[in-house]
Design a protein around this ligand. Structure first.
Ligand code: PNS
Length: 161
């Protein structure tokens, strides 16, 4: 039987409800979805890769066809290694499109058979990003409803005092 495996790559620092919404949508379409955390990100992360793996593992607990992994280097090389046919990325607004389009085209150049599929999260998450969640939380604002409760708890644990 022909099964379709997709990779959902990202930094997930931290996992948001927007990411989970996308995972839910992708899990309905693909036979298997691998949520893949980039290890060698140049960004200064709030959570270690291991902490992010733990949070994602908790987030995907209810999904039978979703797993969590990490990768280094080129996404297309990881996708090849995983024998995945597609990459899933979320588009929240037109502003996301330009960067996503560039990545999709570059990845196509590197690996012509790997398709990038864009999915839109629920409109209620259209303004939610890991970067803003971190900023709001660090400045004392509430991020309830934007990230899972267990992520809020872990963010609190990171706060001094
Ligand atoms: O959640 P992010 O930070 O927007 O995810 C970006 C990510 C991890 C998908 C992208 O940086 C990536 O694929 N990096 C791996 C290195 C790579 O393949 N670079 C060329 C992409 S065109």
């Amino acid at each position: 039987m022909n099964t379709v495996k997709a990779i959902y790559p990202g930094s997930f620092d931290p996992l948001t409800n927007g990411h989970l919404d996308l995972i839910y949508r992708a899990a309905k379409i693909f036979d298997h979805l691998v949520v893949a955390i980039l290890r060698n990100s140049s960004k200064d992360p709030l959570f270690s890769v291991e902490e992010r793996v733990a949070m994602l593992s908790e987030g995907i607990a209810g999904f039978e066809n979703v797993s969590v992994s990490t990768f280094d280097g080129l996404l297309v090389a990881f996708a090849r290694e995983q024998r995945a046919q597609a990459v899933v990325r979320g588009i929240r607004a037109i502003s996301d499109y330009e960067y996503e389009f560039q990545m999709a085209m570059m990845n196509r150049r590197l690996s012509p058979d790997l398709e990038t599929i864009f999915l839109m999260p629920d409109a209620k998450y259209s303004f939610v990003s890991s970067r803003l969640v971190k900023e709001v939380f660090q400045l004392g604002g509430s991020v309830d409803g934007l990230v899972p409760k267990f992520v809020v708890e872990r963010m609190k644990d990171k706060t001094p005092g």
